[in-house]
Design a protein around this ligand. Structure first.
Ligand code: 3NM
Length: 210
């Protein structure tokens, strides 16, 4: 299960996530830009618009990704991932449990799961997931949440605790701190504002392999 996630990353260590509010672009337009910049694995994340809008935009984005050889992960919605035959789904504790999503989507689907501390990561390591996300590593304005920053020392502890399961660090990660995050045990970094804020546009030449 885990190798499919790493294969989809294709040696890159940046896992970009779409954001319609920050980018002011449709999900498909964002996917086009990201693929152009070198991304091979992209997560579509929609927190404002309805599932109907997200479904339709994801369908267009997925067609583009298929044509260009990139993989797409749908945030939160296993139903949309299933309906569109997306490459996987990223789930949190309020979504369909990973066991149920795995039954729906099958053994090849890339299932990701969000955790916010060492205890949650240990539990997630027993779930049928392809990767575990841990965050926020640093403070971030992108996601309102009461979870305190995990920090680099705890990230290393999570790395040890989850063994060989691919670990994605998220939250407050920038071009400047990315290297230390990866050196602290993350296999990849998931980025939103670093990609979509105007002063920090994604560029495969300086982003994927710091
Ligand atoms: N999940 P940025 S933090 C979507 O802690 C998300 O699980 C988080 O955005 C978590 O790269 C976060 O702009 C926001 O900080 C990441």
């Amino acid at each position: 299960m885990s190798s499919k996630f790493l294969r989809a990353l294709a040696g890159k260590r940046v896992y970009p996530i779409t954001d319609r509010q920050l980018s002011k672009l449709s999900h498909a337009e964002q996917v086009g830009k990201l693929i152009e910049a070198g991304a091979t694995l992209i997560q579509l994340r929609e927190k404002i618009y309805s599932p109907a809008v997200f479904y339709h935009q994801s369908a267009v984005a997925l067609q583009m990704a298929r044509e260009r050889g990139a993989a797409l992960i749908i945030n939160d919605r296993a139903d949309i991932a299933l309906a569109l035959h997306a490459d996987g789904v990223h789930l949190g504790p309020d979504d369909l449990p990973p066991e149920a999503a795995r039954r729906l989507l099958g053994p090849a689907a890339i299932l990701g799961y969000s955790t916010h501390n060492l205890k949650q990561a240990r539990v997630a390591a027993q779930m049928p997931v392809a990767y575990i996300a841990i965050g926020p590593i640093f403070a971030t304005a992108t996601k309102l949440s009461s979870n305190p920053p995990v920090g680099l020392a705890n990230l290393s502890l999570v790395r040890e605790a989850v063994g060989s399961i691919p670990l994605v660090a998220i939250g407050g990660i920038t071009g400047e701190n990315m290297g230390t995050v990866l050196n602290s045990g993350a296999d990849a970094v998931a980025l939103i504002s670093q990609i979509w804020t105007p002063e920090a546009q994604f560029d495969s030449k300086n982003a994927p392999n710091p």
